[in-house]
Design a protein around this ligand. Structure first.
Ligand code: FES
Ligand SMILES: [Fe+2]
Length: 463
């Protein structure tokens, strides 16, 4: 393999290089590489720091940790959010931990009681005359803001002094994310595996392709699984992932979606009851084993089609979508416009560089985020968010994280992420093998991974 970076990476060791067909393993295992990522990626890039559902009321705050930086995110007004470096200018104490509410709009340091309003302006200093010979100025004591942008229910922050304009950063995925109406979807549940035993990119890249379905999730791709585990040739029957188009976008973003038809834009002629049952069975897997991309109320809609006739020219999938929209309409639940583009994106993924993965489906969305755990290249924080549209008058719960202490415990994680999590520690362990120098990437199926690493190199080589 030859190193192909267009950036100034010649002085880097071979283990850090991006190749035409793969990646040096040091990108996942080397502490020096993790340090470079902190300094040049995480201290600069726009990144998903919170969902608005974490701070639904004015005065609510949440905190976001990235490597060694804690960021305080505050709902300043109904329509305004601010982010601050989470420290007290007096002696450094963090001003918020986890998430909570600043009562009466006052941020009060728990150590000596300095106080700010939600805008970060200093309001009270105990015995102020003792500081700086009595000349302490308000600006000496103000909170230090972090650049912050709200987009489709996500709060993005950048720690850079002068970040890339957000509009430019998000441009390649803006249109699709807006059409998916993610801002109208709200919190159902949110789980975090803290200190998971793998590099953040190893965890993330387990979700960048559907190539792993046959081996890792055999119940979702039985034809492929028989090929992998029993050597049974599918004899022309398609593998579940063959229908997927992978699109690498500018700025490291990307997406994959159903090429031609998706399971729910299917136009199979002469629909039979058996086809409906196959569709229901697939949905049952997703309800039971993922509990986010298909919800039990969606499954009820599919089951309600039993015994019905499919009108000429239609299909079970089309009838399902029709019934789904009727139900959502009756409940006053917002749904994206079911255009061919959106229907093809359902069941696929939109990736926002460097670490946000959005998997929309039939008015729901699963969201993944992977980030480093301190400077340890062998650990990460991995989160799963389940979001959906809520009916008119239905209360949306404030988003609170549930920490998963054991990712192999069926009581803590559903089957599909548990299957994924059975691989990632093994990947990390294997990468440390003395004889392992690099990993190979499939040209189509794993192209989003390569695209992401090329953009990563751009950040790591920026002055
Ligand atoms: S450290 Fe915050 S008031 Fe003293
Ligand atoms: Fe998976």
């Amino acid at each position: 393999m030859t190193a192909t970076s267009e950036f100034e990476t010649q002085s880097w060791p071979e283990a850090w290089q991006v190749f035409d067909h793969g990646l040096g393993k040091g990108r996942y295992t080397d502490p020096e590489f993790a340090r470079l990522e902190r300094d040049r990626l995480w201290y600069r890039v726009w990144q998903f720091a919170a969902r608005l559902d974490e701070i639904p009321q004015v005065g609510d705050y949440t905190t976001y940790q990235i490597v060694d930086q804690s960021i305080l995110i505050v709902r300043v007004a109904e329509d305004r959010v601010k982010a601050f470096f989470n420290f007290c200018p007096h002696r450094g104490t963090t001003l918020g931990e986890g998430s909570d509410t600043f009562a009466r709009g006052a941020i009060i340091c728990p150590f000596h009681g300095w106080r700010w309003n939600l805008e970060g302006q200093i309001q009270f200093i105990l015995e102020r005359e003792q500081f700086r010979d009595g000349c302490l100025e308000d600006r000496d004591a103000r909170l230090r803001e972090v650049h912050c942008q709200v987009f489709e229910g996500f709060v993005f922050v950048s720690l850079a002094r002068e970040p890339q304009p957000f509009a430019e950063f998000i441009a390649p995925v803006r249109d699709i994310l807006e059409k998916l109406k993610l801002g109208q979807m709200h919190h159902r549940w949110w789980k975090a595996v803290v200190g998971a035993p793998c590099n953040w990119k190893v965890a993330q890249e387990a979700f960048h392709e559907t190539f792993h379905l046959a081996a890792t999730h055999p119940q979702l791709e039985p034809v492929g699984a028989r090929l992998v585990y029993e050597g049974i040739d599918p004899a022309g029957r398609p593998l579940g992932h063959e229908n997927i188009a992978y699109e690498a976008l500018a700025h490291g973003h990307g997406r994959f979606y159903a090429r031609g038809s998706s399971p729910i834009s299917d136009k199979t002629p002469n629909p039979t009851p058996a086809q409906l049952e196959a569709m229901i069975e697939h949905m049952e897997h997703l309800v039971e084993e993922l509990d986010t991309m298909v919800l039990s109320r969606d499954l009820e809609v599919a089951r309600s089609l039993r015994g019905r006739q499919v009108p000429p020219g239609s299909s079970w999938a089309a009838e399902f979508v029709k019934a789904l929209y009727e139900r959502a309409g009756a409940e006053g639940r917002p749904m994206p416009e079911p255009t061919p583009e959106i229907v093809q994106q359902w069941g696929g993924e939109v990736f926002v560089f460097p670490n946000l993965l959005i998997l929309p489906n039939i008015g729901n969305a699963m969201i993944y985020r992977a980030r480093p755990y301190g400077l340890d290249p062998d650990r990460c924080i991995f989160e799963i968010f389940s979001t959906t549209g809520y009916g008119a008058g239905e209360a949306v719960p404030r988003a609170q994280v549930e920490v998963v202490t054991d990712p192999t415990d069926p009581a803590q994680l559903p089957l599909i992420p548990r299957q994924d999590f059975s691989n990632v520690p093994r990947v990390q362990k294997g990468l440390h093998a003395l004889a392992c120098n690099r990993v190979w990437l499939a040209a189509e199926q794993e192209r989003l991974i390569l695209n992401m690493h090329r953009e990563l190199d751009r950040y790591l080589t920026l002055p």
